[in-house]
Design a protein around this ligand. Structure first.
Ligand code: SAM
Length: 237
């Protein structure tokens, strides 16, 4: 994304702490208190100028949305949209997603959206891709049981890389769409990048992936089965 110098952005962000939450570390484990309700929380990483998060939050008042965006000069445009729409279910964080586990407690988030993430095509920048295994580990930690990642991109290389990365990590591929705009997918909310690049004729890729049930539960299930087995043996004796 080409960044325009907006020296006033920082000051504007500070004027709206009800929308761009300062010091997110302080709310770790308490985001439901910030929203004032118990609704599920969906996180968008790399929110950009905010078209997606505002659009999807308007469609789903029953869900709380948090948008993370690194660049002040970009998040300030998302802030304008949030102020205009005045939605109680959207908060923004002007932070780097590489510290997610400092901001969110284990299992605090129900879904993660990755929309048109920076592709970082050079091999030496692999670790910066938002679908690199260290990011997946953080997503797994902050997502609740059965939590999902929904990803869209026009970058074929990033999409292929991400499918392999998801699969190597053991994620379950639930839906893979190789041409979103020529499919029957109904609920699409366009992002700024999506509008720009689909107009140029780029194909849009999308997938939904899910973390498998945690080992803890499998162990509990196995223990239960052992007990059931022992009980049935005792009945026979
Ligand atoms: N999602 C928007 C869209 O589809 O229009 C913006 C896409 S833009 C290519 C990617 C955005 O992700 C940029 O605004 C960038 O600043 C942000 N970003 C990249 N890495 C990030 C990170 N580690 N933490 C937070 N934001 C990040």
């Amino acid at each position: 994304m080409r960044l325009r110098n907006k020296p006033w952005a920082k000051e504007k962000i500070q004027q709206y702490p009800q929308f761009v939450i300062p010091d997110p570390d302080e709310h770790k484990g308490k985001w439901r208190v910030v929203f004032g309700n118990d609704k599920p929380i969906h996180l968008e990483i790399g929110t950009g100028k905010g078209q997606f998060i505002v659009g999807i939050a308007q469609l789903h008042p029953d869900i709380n949305f948090i948008g993370i965006e690194l660049q002040e000069s970009v998040i300030v445009s998302a802030l304008d949209k949030v102020i205009e729409a005045d939605l109680p279910n959207v908060k923004l964080l002007n932070v780097n997603a590489n510290r997610l586990t400092d901001y969110f407690a284990d299992g605090e988030i129900e879904r993660i959206y990755l929309n048109f993430s920076d592709p970082w095509p050079k091999n030496r920048h692999e670790k910066r891709r938002l679908t690199y295994k260290t990011f997946l580990k953080a997503y797994e930690q902050i997502l609740a049981e059965g939590g999902e990642i929904h990803m869209k991109t026009d970058n074929q290389g990033l999409f292929e890389y991400s499918l392999v990365s998801f699969s190597q990590y053991g994620l379950i591929l639930k839906n893979v769409n190789l041409d979103l705009h020529n499919s029957d997918f109904q609920e699409n909310v366009m992002t700024e990048y999506e509008e720009k690049f689909s107009k140029k004729g780029n194909r849009i890729y999308r997938c939904e992936v899910q973390f498998p049930l945690k080992r803890k539960d499998e162990d509990e299930e196995r223990t239960e089965n052992v007990f059931q087995h022992q009980e049935s043996k005792q009945t026979v004796i």
